[in-house]
Design a protein around this ligand. Structure first.
Ligand SMILES: [Cu+2]
Length: 290
């Protein structure tokens, strides 16, 4: 057995305990919300949720009808009850018309709201704030367009220490393990924010479920994504890189802190010029090399 395998097996009880603890935490909170996708805090994310629920209930309805007929047939038309197959029936135009029209109606009725929402999701016009997001191995570099505010956001020191092999630190003792960063992305609530997303090395993906945003960061391309956090929803929203990008893919989380516009202005003022874009850029480049 290799040393690596032994190390992994040695950690197995710890990993299982962690999974169990996570499961218990989930079970103790309101169950349905934890197994379902989040409603999120933006206009778009709540619409995505509503669309998802609509599709879910359509699927439930179809399942009830299809399995209902199937089970009813199995019970009431089984051989032991004397059922005899009707070998003369080979074709029914009426039935074929029904089973063609019904799925078409269902699909179109789902496609129309989905297409409408897709158009809304991709509406990146008239932002009140633009932020350049650059993914790198292993973190994110943010620059508030039109300001001198820019910084690198990486996995927090506490999570980074705990994740090291044989660190002896229990991940359960670390708040927001692997979902916390050194510098959060600060944004104002109630304002339309446009992200200009790219990468300096491989493909990453900027994903924050509560914002309804998941966009690939591709070197050489600038992708756009927009979101507006509801004015009554300031808070901290967490996400992760969602594109397998290499060794430390699991260690480049995203944390967004939504504050009031006044607090945001104060924050921008406080951070203008420190660190400068050039300094943050060289930090990003250095981080890429290590
Ligand atoms: Cu990644």
């Amino acid at each position: 057995m290799t040393t690596m395998k032994r190390a992994t097996l040695g950690k197995l009880p710890g990993i299982l305990a962690l999974v169990a603890a996570g499961g218990m935490r989930r079970a103790s909170a309101s169950g349905w919300d934890l197994i379902n996708m989040p409603r999120g805090v933006t206009n778009v994310s709540t619409r995505i949720y509503a669309l998802h629920m609509m599709a879910f209930w359509v699927c439930v309805g179809i399942a009830v009808v299809v399995f209902g007929v199937m089970i009813w047939s199995l019970i009431f038309h089984r051989k032991s009850r004397g059922a005899v197959p009707d070998v003369t029936m080979t074709h029914s135009t009426k039935v074929e018309i029904v089973w063609t029209i019904v799925p078409v109606v269902i699909l179109v009725s789902m496609a129309i709201p989905a297409a409408r929402l897709l158009v809304r999701i991709n509406n990146n016009t008239d932002p009140q704030l633009s932020i350049r997001v650059t993914g790198f191995q292993w973190g994110w570099y943010y620059h508030y367009v039109g300001t001198h505010v820019s910084f690198v956001s990486k996995l927090s020191a506490s999570s980074n220490a705990a994740r090291q092999l044989d660190s002896g630190i229990s991940p359960t003792s670390v708040p927001h393990y692997l979902l916390s960063v050194d510098h959060k992305l600060v944004v104002p609530v109630g304002e339309k924010i446009r992200l200009l997303i790219t990468s300096v090395d491989v493909i990453h993906s900027w994903w924050v479920p509560d914002l309804g945003v998941k966009k690939a960061a591709i070197p050489g391309f600038i992708n756009q994504a927009s979101f507006t956090i509801a004015p009554n929803k300031p808070g901290v929203y967490r996400g992760q890189c969602a594109e397998l990008c290499g060794r430390d893919h699991a260690f480049m989380p995203i944390v967004v802190r939504a504050v009031s516009p006044a607090q945001f202005s104060a924050w921008i003022e406080q951070h203008t010029g420190q660190p400068t874009e050039a300094a943050a850029g060289s930090a990003a480049a250095q981080a890429t090399r290590t």
